[in-house]
Ligand binder design. Sequence first.
Ligand SMILES: [Zn+2]
Length: 113
Amino acid sequence: MHEMSIAMSIISIACKEAEKDGASSISNIELDVGKLSGVMIDSLNFCYESVCKGTLAENSTLSINEVPARASCKKCNHTFEIDSFMALCPQCESYEIDILQGRELKLKAVSVN
Ligand SMILES: [Zn+2]
């Protein structure tokens, strides 16, 4: 499962950070997840708990910030919110767009005890 490997890599990075700080445990992990990142948030939450077991992150919580997707039009420079890669510019109906944000999957903060 895609989300299982994502959860594992997030937790392994967070645990390394926590160890560096000499923390005894992690209380919260905060993530930015873009709408176009392809990550299923429900599924990630589900995997998170099982991956945490036996690590510094056991019993920690996962906070997910959903980042909306935005694009700009290469023809008319209009920027707008999108919900898929196949969006078209609402102003001039061009398909030539640049995705500005929405693909991120970022570990934002690790709170430790
Ligand atoms: Zn346009």
